[in-house]
Design a protein around this ligand. Sequence first.
Ligand code: MRU
Length: 319
Amino acid sequence: MQGGKLVMIDQRLIPERFQLVEFSLVEEVARAIKNMTVRGAPAIGAAAAYGMALAAINGQDLASSAHLLKAQRPTAFDLFFAVDHMLEMLSKGEEPVKAASDYADSIVGRCRRIGERGERLIAEGAKVMTHCNAGALATVDYGTALAPIRVAWRSGRRFFVYVSETRPRLQGMKLTAYELRNEGIPHSIIVDGASGHFMRQGVDLVIVGADRIAANGDFANKVGTFEKAVLAKELDVPFYVAAPLSTFDFALESGRGIVIEDRGEDEVTFMEGRRIAPEGSSALNPSFDMTPSKYVRGFITEAGILPPRDIGKIKGDRM
Ligand code: MRU
């Protein structure tokens, strides 16, 4: 927060422009979550925490502000977790901005620890594949999938990253490549459909983020993740999911209960504001898909690297 306003990067403009935008109202923050000015599960959670702080400062009804924020994107559990955490803190009389900044700081600390826990998975000379953007932009700092990559790189290890472009919004090509380029990490962008081709040539490790993880380890992440997980199993490539505990929805028994956001067909049929599909052809646009836990070698969390069957052990460590 600066001068009573929430300041965020407009992620829709990267890599062309780095532009900050200011918000003074919870309604504006809700809009920014919906239109993906801010995106990535933990970053949406942190933005929503500040949205709740703005609602409290402006004397607005907290229950309806919470409802408004939660209604913007249904899949990312961090959004729900952050809003409920803020409701609890505010009901205890916590200073709103301090409560929100403590929440954002806790996310940064968790992501740093994910990096420290996971970096050993990346060997010298490794070829790593990731999907979408699970970097600092998606999490306030460090990232989830990009945190082990960042920490391994900063410790002097040298390796290569395949970045799948992530149709339709291109978070891989625009945001992950931007972060890796800024860090000096060698990488190439590949089209989503080329993942199997490169895995067969030799990928040592796939690391992705998650938007919601059920108690049995089934998880939702950006659409295309499920295909990568199946390919990885078929080709014997270890497949890891990096996420803070704020992404685990322990109340959900399995992935069947995860609501998958539908973002409408224009994201698919239009590119750079111009229709590229034939008039009269429709498109389907699920923003996420669900990957069963049997494809996951391990969850890289701030509490350690866990196989899906051990998720229950971390239930108590959330905040
Ligand atoms: O639609 P997005 O860009 O918000 O989707 C983001 C993802 O799917 C990320 O992989 C996920 O949120 C993990 S971010 C650390």
